[in-house]
Design a protein around this ligand. Structure first.
Ligand SMILES: O=C[C@H](O)COP(=O)(O)O
Length: 255
């Protein structure tokens, strides 16, 4: 049985004090039976938020990471730094990183390897843009992104991995994928992983959906059998809407 993962990706939002206030408020609503809850604040807020979350089951994650452990890489943050700050997860290959910061499949692969090496759980983001969806190229593109990110990563090397299917046209647009369309892609991803790694592991991979998830559409999306949680942007910035999505996940998965 896969425990759904509801993750808040705050992107470039919230100062340290705003992040700490959010974490304190969310902590008052915990525990969240049947659901794993994760928040991913910007770098400066990681350690202060970790202090607030200590002793709770709410997990902490980063939105990005460098692949080296240390060195002359101005502005970058390494996996050991994230571990020391209290992170369990790290988002890798978000479409905004690919689009605005030139992240290629090769870079994403290096980051994944570094995360596995240091025991961080990566959330690998994949997803097509509108033009690709409209010409029917979604599955080919998703397969290429998975291949590009995971090709050099062996069964032995791979640790716990979460995939987030995030259609680019659904991110921040208010236009979510239809639940049946998201289900179809998530099933495709599970099948791809089953063929690449042990088929016995197929049932254990957690595959999220992300893209305009709100309290209004979360239940329907999360009721799909291969949608194991959500990567939430805008609606994760307010405790009220984030908590409503967590409750919808628990209900949809019968927790
Ligand atoms: O990482 C989160 C996604 O980019 C979704 O963002 P959104 O919920 O604001 O559409």
């Amino acid at each position: 049985m896969r425990v759904p993962l509801i993750a808040g990706n705050w992107k470039m939002n919230k100062t340290v004090s705003e992040a700490v206030a959010f974490a304190q408020e969310l902590k008052c609503l915990a525990p969240f039976p049947g659901v794993e809850v994760l928040i991913c604040p910007p770098y400066p807020a990681l350690a202060p938020v970790a202090e607030v979350l200590a002793g709770t089951e709410i997990a902490l994650g980063a939105q990005n990471v460098h692949w080296e452990d240390a060195g002359a890489y101005t502005g970058e943050v390494s996996p050991p730094m994230l571990k020391a700050a209290g992170c369990r997860y790290v988002i890798i290959g978000h479409s905004e990183r690919r689009q605005y910061f030139g992240e290629t499949d090769e870079i994403i692969q290096r980051k994944l390897k570094a995360a596995f090496r240091h025991g961080l759980i990566p959330i690998l983001c994949v997803g097509e843009n509108l033009e690709v969806r409209e010409r029917g190229g979604t599955f080919d593109l998703i397969a290429r992104q998975l291949e590009g990110a995971l090709s050099g990563i062996s069964e032995e090397e791979i640790g716990e991995l979460v995939i987030a299917y995030e259609p680019v046209w659904a991110i921040g647009t208010g236009r979510n994928a239809r639940p049946e369309d998201a289900q179809e892609v998530n099933y495709f991803i599970r099948d791809w992983l089953a063929r690449r790694y042990s088929p016995e592991k197929a049932g254990s991979w957690r595959i999220q959906y992300g893209g305009s998830v709100t309290p209004d559409n979360a239940a329907e999306l999360l009721a799909q059998p291969d949608i194991d949680g959500a990567l939430v942007g805008g609606a994760s910035l307010k405790v009220e809407s984030f908590a409503a999505i967590i409750r919808a996940a628990a209900k949809a998965k019968g927790a």
